[in-house]
Write a protein that binds this ligand. Structure first.
Ligand code: PHE
Length: 450
């Protein structure tokens, strides 16, 4: 079958928004605030910013340049930039990571959709904290609801991805991401006006230097890696739709800054809301689906706040999910020579089936607990602690030693002619030596340190 020519982003802004959309997700809202609060506040933030500059931006540049250079899907990108064969396996691992994450991320994202609906229809209002806890248990332990929510969410992502790179992914990211930021800003104003919020913000940003040590610095790097959606082919695939004259270093700086700013925004919302009510900053689902809704319920117009919050989460998850889906979609489409539509249908069906164990993890499959975790947590653990760092590690080794710093550096300076030679040099040292060490440590620590 004859394929239309490979698509490219319509505008630079569209590319940046789509990539920021991939980076901004549930991780920004429920992992980042907890991490900052527990690990020394402002002191952790400083370490985080160093990690962004030292690891995050260089890795983002590496993935974008590999994608743009090869102008192809994550598996073929590795094949086409190496002289010997077999390197595509790294891309296959990245795609497997994307598949694994998609399978459980769609389930959680599905809950945000249900909560958005419940918020909008006023059904969350007037529920006590206990009732909210019961509602969450009921929904997650049910057999049908998680599956319906997951299917609806995958359906929305599939519709966007099927429309194509510019008419689907770029177009919707350009709408969804800015809307999400506006919703967050509105929530921030509301949260900061709560009595006691200022104290929370002060505590969130406190400079507790003693809380920072080597382990915390590594944790910061792990979060940077996770938050920027690295190691799963998403950034690489989005980079493959870039044109030759786009400025990769400048775009990387923009994307990473936006992700950090949005994470901070979300952090301020969550911390000031919870602090004002003296609620402990618990990590994960309890924070999002129980603690925050109970805070909203103490405010006038509670339905409005719950709706804004869950809509912003839904939008944030949606733009992440479409990026993971596009990773797999590009592989299927280009490897099997299928049409975009056929490939999206196959990928979505595969992800839905792959996500069933996660959807039922608290319900009928609650007794299956590999390594002491329920299935959803288990998939999250394997993907975040093993697959992502491993595929990230192999990617930097590949760029530094196989594709080669010279060729990669040439690709990076294409479209960035004013990039100082010193920066390119430092970038090479980071990718060749520092990043592999850091990622190897994160991998070892992620698997055995827990
Ligand atoms: N970067 C996104 C987030 O912070 C998406 C993501 C999800 C990345 C799961 C890795 C794992 O939520």
């Amino acid at each position: 079958m004859q394929h239309p020519p490979r698509e490219q982003w319509h505008s630079r802004l569209g590319f940046v928004l789509a990539t920021v959309g991939s980076a901004v997700g549930l991780g920004n809202v429920w992992r980042f605030p907890t991490m900052v609060s527990r690990r020394g506040g402002g002191a952790f933030l400083l370490v985080y910013l160093v990690a962004v500059a030292a690891v995050g931006i260089p890795l983002m540049m590496a993935e974008l340049s590999l994608g743009r250079r090869s102008q192809t899907n994550v598996v073929d990108a590795f094949e086409s930039t190496s002289a010997s064969s077999g390197w595509g396996l790294i891309g296959a691992l990245a795609a497997l990571a994307a598949l694994t994450i998609l399978s459980y991320y769609a389930v959680i994202a599905g809950w945000t959709l249900i909560y958005g609906y419940l918020g909008m229809t006023g059904q969350l209002a007037n529920l006590s904290s206990d009732a909210l806890g019961q509602l969450f248990s009921y929904l997650t332990q049910n057999t049908l609801w998680p599956l319906i929510a997951q299917a609806m969410f995958l359906g929305m992502s599939a519709a966007i991805v099927a429309a194509g790179v510019t008419a689907g992914i770029e177009r919707y990211s350009t709408i969804l991401l800015p809307t999400m930021v506006i919703l967050l800003l509105v929530l921030l104003v509301r949260a900061i006006l709560l009595p006691g919020a200022a104290e929370g913000v002060r505590w969130f940003l406190r400079l507790d230097l003693q809380a920072v040590n080597f382990g915390v610095a590594l944790e910061a790097m792990g979060q940077v890696f996770f938050s920027f959606s690295l190691g799963m082919g998403a950034v690489l695939t989005y980079g493959s739709y870039l044109s030759r004259d786009d400025d990769i270093p400048q775009n990387s700086l923009l994307i990473t800054t936006a992700d950090v700013v949005i994470a901070l925004l979300a952090g301020l919302v969550v911390v000031s809301a919870l602090f004002a009510f003296g609620i402990d900053l618990d990590v994960g689902a309890g924070l999002i689906f129980v603690a925050l809704p109970s805070v909203f319920n103490t405010l006038p117009a509670s339905a409005l706040w719950a709706t804004l919050f869950f809509l912003s989460l839904t939008f944030a998850s949606l733009t992440s999910l479409i990026s993971f889906m596009e990773v797999l979609n590009a592989v299927v489409m280009e490897k099997l020579n299928w049409s975009r539509r056929a490939s999206v249908v196959a990928v979505s069906a595969g992800v839905f089936i792959g996500g069933i164990p996660s959807a039922l993890a608290e319900g009928p499959l609650a007794n299956i607990t590999p390594a002491g975790m329920n299935l959803l947590d288990f998939f999250d653990f394997v993907a975040s602690n093993a697959m992502l760092p491993l595929s990230g590690l192999l990617t930097v080794i590949f760029v530094g030693w196989v594709w080669g710093i010279e060729s990669a550096g040439e690709e990076i300076t294409r479209g960035a002619i004013n990039l100082p030679a010193a920066i390119r040099h430092i970038w090479g040292i980071i990718i060749k030596y520092a990043a592999p060490l850091v990622l190897a440590y994160i991998l070892i620590n992620g698997i055995w340190g827990n």
